[in-house]
Write a protein that binds this ligand. Sequence first.
Ligand SMILES: [Zn+2]
Length: 467
Amino acid sequence: MTGQMMSGAARRPTRSLLVRNADVLVTMDDARREIAHGALYVEDGRIVAVGASADLAEHADAADEVLDLAGHIVIPGLVNTHHHMFQSLTRALPAAQDAELFSWLSSLYPVWARLTPPMIETSTLVAMAELMLSGCTTSSDHLYIYPNGCRLDDSIAAAQRIGMRFHASRGSMSVGRSAGGLPPDEVVESEDAILADTRRLIETYHDDGRYAMLRVAVAPCSPFSVSRPLMRESAALARSYGVSLHTHLAENVHDVAYSREKFSMTPAEYAEDLGWVGHDVWHAHCVQLDDAGIALFARTGTGVAHCPCSNMRLASGIAPVRRMRDAGVPVGLGVDGSASNDGAQMLGEARQALLLQRVGYGPSALTARDALEMATRGGARVLGRDDLGALAPGMAADFVAFDLRTPQFAGALQDPVAALVFCAPAQAALSVIDGRVVVREGRLTTLEIEPVLERHNRYARALVLAD
Ligand SMILES: [Zn+2]
């Protein structure tokens, strides 16, 4: 990548940007155009024009900055629909390496009970850096544990500092072990406090406008850690503000068994009974969603965050993504929390989504372009965004470029679009969020990451050594 600063650029911030000469530009627009020698012109965080470089040459004089992307592929910024960024502090912990969901959680809850506000901010910065350096431009995060004064504000501060587009989900746990839930009593909150804090966060931070950099979602953790009234009241609260709803659902067979035993319903029936279906709802995992549940989700436009690495790591099973897509369920991809992945790269997730569907349902279950679509416009739809996930005039200027002149793509250039998914996950050479260059030549421009990593590793050691 070579940058060419145009005259005047040094005196004012970059408000207009032309990228050109990309080997291929994947639009993910309604026609799914893939443009050879592609170019993109951006003004004030919005895409003005997309096309062949020759057709956009007129914008070169007006642009504050012009970037030549010969040798690169450009795609819409990847959209991550499920994460728990604080878990970056507890990756690959020996005690939780070889467990299924409930025992994995039970071994980690006491460690997470020692989290502090600076740990939340630092781990969120690290998780976002990892995502951004590998091509993700929008992420949701699901923070559901608030010990020692931790607040969702700590995550939001990190997003604003590093410059990532963010959907901050106010998670919660209210049913501790003594009341029949899974988490220990010391990490649950009162339901009144949860609802009051959720209301505060929406009123303080939520931006419902087009091109919003920050939205808030309402996100009780899971059916096995909150009560039925909290699920209902959360839905009513979210809908009174027009914000989205998010939780975990039907993650594995034990999760389904808990639902049948406690509520005498399948997870999908429980979600419907609570009002947790609709275009404004997305559920993580849904590995064990049955056919009736798939039909319900399709009928109501309820979204799914598919997290294949986490599902394999915890041996949860193979989510029926092929059947969901055929039925018309909106499906996006999520890396899930760093303690059950433990790497957060959206192209890696797209690759595993493709591979895992094939293990379950045969070699044509998912194509590379299907997987890339779920990682971009599929995720945008799941998050309720019609301004993200595709490169077209009027969309937000979120896009990323990968250098095709690297060993991992050598020999795969007959189809560089498929190569992005089939070959090893790549690091982004360039990332632009809201029209701002946040990764340039593979380095973050918004943050010096080394001191953050040093602090993060110190916190991670402290959390474990306290045992
Ligand atoms: Zn999760």
